[in-house]
Design a protein around this ligand. Structure first.
Ligand SMILES: Nc1nc2c(c(=O)[nH]1)N[C@H]1C(S)=C(S)[C@@H](COP(=O)(O)O)O[C@H]1N2
Ligand SMILES: [Mo]
Length: 310
């Protein structure tokens, strides 16, 4: 992972049809703004955000693949279920409860959460525990920015997250495939790490519902299930919180779940991964320690046995 100096820019690596489409949208939006009395169309939110030195220079997966091959069990077990059913999810209004060991607990409207947020584009590798991967151009901000705003108290050691519980709109929640609501957690130092973001969009547009609208976590060095979607609650706590997949099967899904090619899943190897969208041939690559972010995060785990703390 390197700074992007001297490398191809986003427009160079974005699939061209989509980029042209984005430019047309931006052009239309600018025209609408320039013409008094013309309303800005709802979807014309595409915008460019500052590039981050944390972005990978790897080729982003297409928007089509990122939004049609998803895991979001609230909408079903199939990869195509979220794109089919998540449209029913109401994401406006949306509020986020922030509680526990913080100076300013409360329930904030999403607009208040995002007020002043330093949004950036973060092109991250994304590795699912099922041994497939993508490269996703998120839009988001560092979780630490929000935690610093609400004031983390000294006793806090972990951060717990919860997804919305609304079975009327989420058919998967009408079944017992998981213990709802979906819950995740990070150690406080992981949560405060600059790579850890709350994402509100991808490809320069607001977050598609199937990807976890309106706000979701992204922790690029951990298996994808840690990156919890559609967050309604963030709690600062003293003890390691219960998390959905660990509760489901603690032997297969540990609390840490750092991407690690040397620690296999009990039922399959984690040494390599299927690259989504890479075509019929040559679609596998070796999995990297901490998903390629070892330089940035390995020090968080100094002195820990990663086979034990899987
Ligand atoms: N609430 C919730 N968050 C979730 C999931 C889920 O089922 N429910 N699936 C996880 C898994 S297993 C993965 S791989 C990623 C998938 O994110 P994507 O669909 O945006 O690629 O979301 C994670 N976050
Ligand atoms: Mo996953």
């Amino acid at each position: 992972m390197t700074a992007r100096n001297g490398r191809l820019g986003w427009s160079d690596v974005t699939p061209k049809a989509h980029w042209l489409n984005r430019r047309q949208i931006i052009g239309a939006a600018a025209a609408a703004l320039a013409a008094p009395g013309l309303a800005l169309p709802g979807r014309a939110r595409a915008a460019t955000y500052p590039k981050s030195v944390f972005s990978t220079d790897a080729q982003p997966t297409s928007l089509e693949d990122i939004t049609s091959y998803n895991n979001f069990y609230e909408f079903g077990l199939g990869k195509e279920d979220p794109a089919r059913y998540a449209g029913a999810l109401t994401v406006d209004p949306w509020s986020v409860q922030i509680d526990g060991l913080v100076d300013k607990p409360g329930t904030w409207d999403l607009a208040e959460v995002l007020n002043g947020a330093p949004l950036e584009e973060r092109i991250y590798r994304f590795r699912c525990v099922e041994a497939w991967s993508m490269v996703i151009p998120w839009v988001g901000f560092e979780l630490s920015w929000l935690l610093n705003r609400v004031g983390v108290q000294p006793g806090a050691k972990y951060v717990a997250f919860e997804t919305l519980l609304r079975p009327e709109e989420m058919p998967g929640q009408q079944t017992a495939i998981l213990d709802w609501p979906y819950r995740e957690g990070l150690r406080l130092d992981e949560a405060m790490h600059p790579l850890t973001i709350l994402a509100t969009g991808l490809y320069g547009e607001e977050m598609p519902k199937q990807n976890g609208a309106p706000i979701r976590l992204v922790v690029p060095w951990k298996y994808g299930f840690k990156s919890i979607k559609s967050i309604v609650r963030i709690s600062l706590v003293a003890e390691q919180p219960e998390t959905t997949w660990k509760q489901q099967n603690f032997r297969e899904y540990g609390f840490y779940s750092n991407v690690n090619p040397e620690v296999d899943h009990p039922r399959w190897s984690q040494a390599s991964e299927r690259v989504i969208g890479a075509g019929l041939f040559g679609g596998r690559q070796d999995t990297l320690m901490f998903n390629g972010y070892a330089d940035q995060v390995a020090s968080l785990y100094a002195g820990q046995d990663l086979r034990k703390d899987y």
